[in-house]
Unconditional design. Structure first.
Length: 351
């Protein structure tokens, strides 16, 4: 039987997973209107479309991105306008020349190794100049001035009206990593204390492996936070907080790896008799303590089910097994090695 063809869900949706902040929308509108008004006063002639478009494109989630987009936009317009002016003067402005200008613009941008944003801008500017105006030197110069005015106004509006700071989002992602890491340690400890089915072990391993994308999301959020502080007048009050988050991420990234490795070892070496081994139960208790200390280090709320644990570091010393189990010694040895590394991370001075 032939199955019906299904297109990916992403190809059928034009909606973003979540809305951006409304403040960003308001700033973009203000920048667009201001750029139009100012360019219309300073550059007489046709409506200042280039200024309005430049302002809309320049207002980005960070000032650093706004500056980068302003440079891309300005350089792209200059190159596109020059190409359109040269072709217009030599060949006029029939339809086929407009199409030729777009194609030539793309080739020139490719030859100059321009960024994708600048490459698109070169072609768009060349087509608009020939389609909406005349290929005279004055017209071309006015469009460049319009673009520069719109880009400058976009940067000024983005800087003056609550310049964006993405550090709170980074803090949220780092806290999620701490909660998920502590939960993974708790789940692993519970698996060592109670009998597990093969399906439960597969779920345990899957949940542990999901720690890696959570860690990557925290790393990306910290990078975005650092980018939002570049050229930002509000940066001084947030840099120390962001540096502390980066240090915590660097410190606990190995713990993520060790937790996934321990879970994999349990998945591979699990037997039904493991829950009766005193050494394994001792390791499980250490994992509960490690989870408590992870929450403590991330300044998270303690686990309500284990509220009896004090608000002090609980993993105070490495676990030592003097007589390894003959049946489970390979698994116990693997778990002890990773547990020792986790202990070293949790007991070291973060400073």
């Amino acid at each position: 039987m032939r199955l019906p063809l299904r297109l990916p869900r992403e190809s059928l949706s034009f909606r973003a997973p979540r809305r951006g902040p409304f403040l960003q929308v308001a700033k973009t509108a203000v920048a667009m209107i201001a750029a139009w008004v100012v360019a219309d006063l300073l550059v007489p002639g046709p409506p200042p479309i280039f200024a309005a478009i430049a302002a809309v494109l320049v207002v980005q989630p960070s000032i650093n991105q706004s500056f980068t987009r302003a440079v891309e936009r300005s350089v792209g317009v200059i190159v596109g306008v020059v190409i359109a002016s040269v072709l217009g003067i030599l060949l006029g402005s029939p339809t086929w020349v407009i199409l030729l200008a777009g194609a030539v613009s793309l080739v020139v941008a490719w030859a100059l190794r321009m960024s994708p944003g600048a490459t698109n801008q070169v072609a768009i500017s060349a087509v608009l100049v020939l389609a909406l105006g005349t290929a005279t030197p004055n017209y071309a110069l006015d469009r460049v001035l319009e673009t520069v005015i719109g880009a400058i106004i976009g940067i000024l509006v983005n800087t003056a009206l609550v310049p964006p700071v993405l550090v709170p989002d980074a803090r949220s992602k780092v806290d999620i990593l701490g909660r998920e890491l502590a939960a993974a340690l708790e789940r692993l400890a519970d698996a060592l204390e109670t009998p597990q089915t093969r399906e439960a072990l597969e779920g345990l391993l899957l949940e542990a492996r999901l720690l890696r994308p959570v860690r990557d999301a925290a790393a990306d959020a910290i990078r975005d936070g650092a980018d939002s502080l570049s050229l930002n007048p509000r940066s001084s009050r947030h840099r120390a907080d962001l540096a502390e988050m980066q240090a915590r991420l660097d410190r606990f990234t190995p713990v993520v790896t060790q937790t996934v490795g321990m879970t994999r070892a349990v998945y591979d070496g699990y037997t039904s008799s493991i829950v009766e081994d005193p050494s394994v139960r001792a390791i499980a208790e250490q994992l509960h303590r490690a989870a408590h200390d992870v929450r403590l280090d991330f300044h998270l709320e303690p686990d309500t089910e284990r509220a009896a644990v004090t608000e002090e570091p609980a993993l105070t010393r490495p676990l030592q097994i003097r007589t390894p189990s003959a049946e489970h010694w390979v698994l116990i040895g693997s778990l002890l090695m990773d547990l020792h590394r986790i202990h070293e991370t949790l007991s070291e001075d973060p400073a």
